[in-house]
Design a protein around this ligand. Structure first.
Ligand code: ADP
Ligand code: MG
Ligand code: MG
Length: 875
């Protein structure tokens, strides 16, 4: 028969899935002989059954609970519901992962009008007994009966006021008794029935409330945000009470074995004398620092230190502990691996390796890849932040902190920065034309656009602070005025942005540079020793390439050539090329672009210092480069000296209903081979010149995008090779190069063996591959995806974390088929997913050679790749 209830001496820390984190650790502490008040855990499976059976606890489970309760009575020598010597328990929720959205703990359960008298007599401490009872009614009323906590608080505060006292401890027994009478009245009023007096009813209601809380809104939201599956269920811990509110020789506290702020090896925590449960965190009185416990309870403190050292060794990780002292006796109530800042995580991991507590493989798993962001961006000075005035809230689009003068156009920002100002670019939303302004700005603020808007994506790519979708502000770019409520701001006014929180502050808040301590470097070196995946970067210019190399990139996995086309001197010629009627006209325009492209590639190759560089031939739909409004077309007609009518006709000819499925990718090179010729020439000439001028050996990897058929690839490849052969003859020299393709159309995955005959490498373009596999437009379905997540149809956004079940299968198929034809085919991934830790783990196991991500994600990817190895070695 399945077992749904475990005593604390029947479990262990390995049983988290069944007992939840709290229950498993209570069992473990019991097992290793620490002073833990005895109790039992109702399993997560019981919770799942509760839901399966229409929100009922099965009769067999109830029976099991009563058996364990009887056992608990025997062990404690107390009896549930007995006035003479009442057993009191706490009811504590405990999911597999600790979840702040879950139910609050109920303490002192088992008290009623009779047992409270027994408790008072037994302890000779009526004040304590009534304090416990009023706490119980309040917690049970709030959490189980769902009577608003504020209503209890109001009664409590009114009583304090009436008695002229400031703190709860100053209330006398009689005061507490009066409060209890009023609390019970409140419950009767709100519920239409008396406060439940029967302890067994209290217990069952409390257990059900914990199960219910698994599916409350807060818990659901928390699981969504943290990618926790919704079918895990929560366990319930029922534990005999110990009392920190028995007077001045009692107390309660929380502590970490090391500092969760900076990792320093020193007990860190707080405690409160004569207090119970959450009083420390709830801030009802100011708690004392843990060191002072050494003064108040010298012997207990020594014991506590011994236990905390023991726990850290036992778990080989920093512990976060909760404890209670009852009349000078210490009880441990919880331990778990402590949450910590990135800085603390780094220091603790490196220190513990040096102390011999963990090995390097474990050390690299102790830092959350996502946390690395915290170490790479400037931060606000905490003291200044506390004083700053919050102006508005938007989306935390890209982490970091930025302060500066506001400017409303890219050009204004650029010239301000040239004059030595710090600029914040404020726009309704951004577009590729704002790029120059975004590059120089400290931070970016937009009124519209979500987490995947242009501003957000580009800012994250650049590692630049950005608050997007800040709908509280209105921006008028023409008059250069920004308004928030009745406040207005004009060019040159100071604002500060908190990208990690999505908050806009008025005025200047000073920032501090990220401290890349030696420990951070150390742990990244360990990661490099361990990982087998190579890490490349997506970079389109020497500046990004340089940055990525500093962060440890080993090559470029994706260099998009179209970004170079947007720059000021070039865009007119790009447009001239696109609107050309004849091949000849097109070639003329391309000839102007050639030297620019060549110089771009030279700059990038140099910045990468002979590391491999994959360059993708022109990919986006042509219409992206074209003007759309009549005015813009007129303006362009003048600039490029083409009659307006002709231009306007070409623009409408080039119009596409579905451009992402239209004239783009290799289709451009097939319809206009001269574009591919120009780009191949620019790439190869860049390599040849660097060889001649700097004796550099660059091996360009030329990537042909959006291939779905082997024939497409062989056609374009032929164009590229013929061009290159001609150049070799003309220049009387050769360089090595490779030609490969981007795999981003499902058909390419399915026919990857045929394609691999032509391709020397595959790079999985998972943005398009996801888009086409799902048939979901990445640019248009943001809102749908949000609904899908809310309705639990998607556990995760497939554009952020690779859909392993669907898209991942296509990748695996392509890898297998590709290798069957060309065993050492080079394999990589270059979509946004390349910087996502879960996807990186997938890529490691799928047998890819590298992942490629934006420069600021390179350290994250290095760490995640090492963690993939570490995780696999543990299994
Ligand atoms: P959370 O998960 O919110 O931390 P806990 O279940 O850990 O909730 O309970 C909060 C606090 O309640 C504990 O830190 C402890 O101080 C107190 N508490 C819980 N169970 C007991 C108990 N059996 N005896 C005394 N105090 C308890
Ligand atoms: Mg709590
Ligand atoms: Mg706790």
């Amino acid at each position: 028969m399945e077992k749904f209830v475990y005593s604390f001496d029947e479990g262990s820390k390995e049983m988290k899935n069944l007992l939840g984190g709290k229950g498993a650790n209570l069992a473990e502490m019991t097992k290793i002989g620490l002073p833990v008040p005895f109790g039992f855990t109702v399993t997560t499976e019981a919770c799942n059954r509760y839901y399966e059976e229409g929100k009922q606890i099965g009769a067999d489970i109830i029976e099991d609970i009563y058996i364990k309760l009887a056992d608990l009575e025997k062990r404690t020598g107390k009896t549930f519901g007995s006035a003479a010597n009442p057993l009191l328990v706490s009811v504590r929720s405990g999911a597999v992962f600790s979840m702040p959205g879950m139910m609050d703990t109920i303490l002192n359960l088992g008290l009623n009008d009779e047992t409270v008298i027994g408790l008072a007599e037994l302890t000779q401490n009526p004040r304590f007994a009534y304090d416990s009872y009023r706490r119980f009614i309040q917690m049970f009323g709030d959490v189980v009966l769902e009577v608003h906590k504020a209503k209890f608080d109001a009664i409590f505060e009114a009583k304090k006021h009436e008695k002229g006292v400031h703190f709860d401890v100053e209330l006398k027994t009689e005061d507490l008794q009066e409060i209890i009478v009023e609390y019970k009245k409140l419950v009767l009023q709100e519920m239409g029935h008396e406060f439940p007096q029967e302890p067994k009813d209290q217990l069952m209601e409390a257990i059900k409330a914990v199960f219910r809380s698994w599916n409350n809104d807060r818990a659901i939201l928390y699981r969504q945000l943290n990618g926790i599956p919704s079918n895990l269920g929560t366990a319930v811990n029922v534990q005999s009470m110990v009392f920190g509110n028995m007077g001045d020789t009692s107390g309660t506290g929380v502590a970490f074995t090391r500092s969760p702020v900076n990792g320093e090896k020193k007990i860190f925590g707080e405690f409160l004398v004569n207090a119970q449960g959450e009083d420390v965190v709830a801030g009802i009185r100011t708690p004392q620092p843990i060191d002072e416990m050494a003064v108040a309870f010298p012997e207990v403190y020594v014991e506590f230190k011994r236990i905390s050292e023991l726990l850290e060794k036992h778990y080989t990780d920093m512990q976060d502990m909760e404890f209670t002292v009852e009349r000078n006796q210490l009880f441990m109530l919880q331990t778990r691996n402590g949450k910590r800042t990135a800085a603390a995580a780094v220091k603790v991991a490196v220190d513990m390796e040096k102390e011999g507590l963990i090995d390097k493989m474990t050390a690299v798993t102790r830092l959350e890849p996502a946390q690395i962001d915290q170490l790479l961006h400037p931060k606000f000075d905490e003291n200044e932040l506390a004083k700053a005035v919050v102006l508005a809230k938007g989306l935390p689009a890209s982490p970091g902190a930025a302060s500066g003068k506001i400017f409303f156009t890219a050009a204004d920002a650029v010239s301000a920065v040239a004059n030595g100002e710090k600029a914040i670019l404020v726009r309704k939303e951004t577009s590729p034309e704002d790029l120059a302004g975004m590059v120089v700005a400290e931070g970016i603020l937009t009124a519209r656009g979500g987490m995947t808007s242009h501003a957000a994506v580009v800012a994250r790519g650049m590692g630049k602070c950005c608050v997007s979708g800040c709908s509280e502000i209105s921006v008028d770019e023409d008059t250069k005025i920004m308004a928030v409520g009745d406040k207005t701001f004009t060019e040159g006014d100071f604002l500060s942005l908190h990208g990690t929180m999505g908050v806009v502050y008025q005025g200047l808040v000073n920032t501090v540079a990220p401290a890349l301590s030696g420990d951070f470097e150390t742990i990244m070196e360990w990661a490099d020793e361990i990982r087998t995946l190579k890490i490349r970067t997506n970079a389109d210019n020497p500046r990004d390439a340089q940055q990525a190399v500093e962060f440890g990139a080993e090559g470029i996995g994706l260099c998009r050539t179209e970004h170079m086309f947007f720059e000021d001197e070039r865009i007119p010629n790009v447009r001239r090329m696109i609107v050309a009627d004849t091949e000849e006209e097109r070639r003329e325009a391309l000839a102007v672009l050639l030297p620019y492209q060549k110089e771009d590639f030279k700059g990038i190759f140099e910045a990468m210092g002979q590391r491999p560089v994959t360059i993708r031939l022109l990919d986006p739909p042509l219409h992206e480069f074209l003007p759309h409004t009549e005015e813009e077309i007129k303006e362009l007609a003048e600039t490029i000296n083409v009659p307006y009518e002709k231009l306007s006709r070409r623009v409408s000819e080039l119009h596409e209903f579905n451009p992402m499925l239209g004239h783009r990718g290799c289709r451009l090179a097939i319809t206009y081979p001269e574009i591919a010729e120009m780009q191949a020439e620019a790439i190869i000439m860049a390599a040849i010149e660097l060889k001649k001028e700097k004796n550099m050996d660059v091996v360009p990897e030329i990537m042909i995008p959006l291939v779905g058929l082997a024939n497409e690839l062989s056609y374009v490849k032929k164009v590229v090779i013929q061009t290159i052969e001609k150049i070799f003859k003309r220049e009387d020299t050769t360089v090595k190069y490779m030609v490969g393709t981007m795999i981003e159309i499902p058909r390419a995955c399915v026919t990857a063996d045929a394609i691999a005959k032509e391709a020397e490498f595959f790079s999985f373009g998972t943005n398009d591959l996801t888009q086409m596999t799902f048939g979901f437009s990445r640019d248009d379905t943001g809102n749908i995806i949000k609904e899908y997540r809310d309705k639990l149809i998607f556990e995760e956004d497939p554009f952020q974390t690779l859909d392993q079940v669907g898209v991942g299968q296509l990748i695996k198929m392509a890898v297998e088929k590709g290798k069957s034809v060309r065993p050492n085919i080079k394999l990589g991934i270059c979509g946004e997913h390349g910087g996502d830790p879960k996807t990186i783990e997938f890529c490691h196991h799928a047998g890819l050679n590298y992942v490629s991500c934006s420069p600021f994600r390179v350290p994250i990817a290095r760490l995640a790749a090492a963690q993939a190895v570490a995780k696999a070695s543990k299994k």
